[in-house]
Design a protein around this ligand. Structure first.
Ligand SMILES: [Fe+2]
Length: 198
């Protein structure tokens, strides 16, 4: 028999879902909103049969964009908000380390792919090209080796590939609430979460 999630864990999910409902209309220079982008990335991962933790990482990978408070035009003003670190820090007390690593590393995965696969660099949207410059540009060989040595680099690369797909104007996806069970499955076990918060 599965244990029902505690009130605290449900609260953390409600805060995340409310944040997307409240601030997910922002666009960050792309042709889809943050909420549409999150849902599309998660939907592509779902359709590919990915595990819950990866689908949830796709859904939440840009959560930091909704929390940094610098505005959706910050890249136009030459600011790298470091959204991957902000999102990972906010999610770390609640979610499994693999999800947190996928969020934290998805920018490094983009920098790696732009080094390793010239076609990935060529396909970037204008907004993604702009942010790449602020994020340090494509890896060099040493940075690529360091990235690949991370135990969650493969997961982060998968997140990044779905990230790049999730920019389709008008695409039909499940609603945010439809991913509630996926998010619940990606939460840390209760005892881990208590230690991470202490
Ligand atoms: Fe993204």
């Amino acid at each position: 028999m599965t244990t029902p999630p505690s009130a605290r864990r449900v609260d953390c999910l409600e805060e995340i879902l409310t944040t997307y409902h409240r601030y997910g209309h922002a666009h960050y220079g792309e042709s889809v909103s943050e909420l549409e982008h999150a849902l599309q990335c998660a939907t592509f991962a779902l359709r590919a049969g990915e595990p819950a933790v990866l689908i949830a990482a796709c859904l939440l990978h840009d959560y930091g964009h909704l929390r940094h408070g610098l505005g959706e035009d910050c890249a136009d003003r030459g600011i790298d908000a470091g959204h991957e670190s902000i999102g990972a820090a906010a999610l770390a007390p609640h979610f499994q380390p693999a999800l947190v690593a996928g969020v934290a590393l998805h920018v490094e995965a983009k920098r790696y792919l732009c080094f390793a696969e010239p076609e990935h660099l060529a396909r970037l949207s204008p907004a993604s090209s702009q942010s790449l410059r602020l994020q340090g540009g494509p890896h060099d060989a040493a940075a690529a080796r360091a990235f690949l040595a991370h135990p969650h680099s493969a997961l982060a690369l998968r997140v990044r590939r779905y990230d790049e797909l999730g920019k389709v104007p008008g695409m039909t996806t499940p609603s945010l609430d439809a991913f509630r069970d996926v998010l619940l499955a990606a939460l840390r076990p209760e005892r881990d979460a208590a230690v991470a918060q202490s």
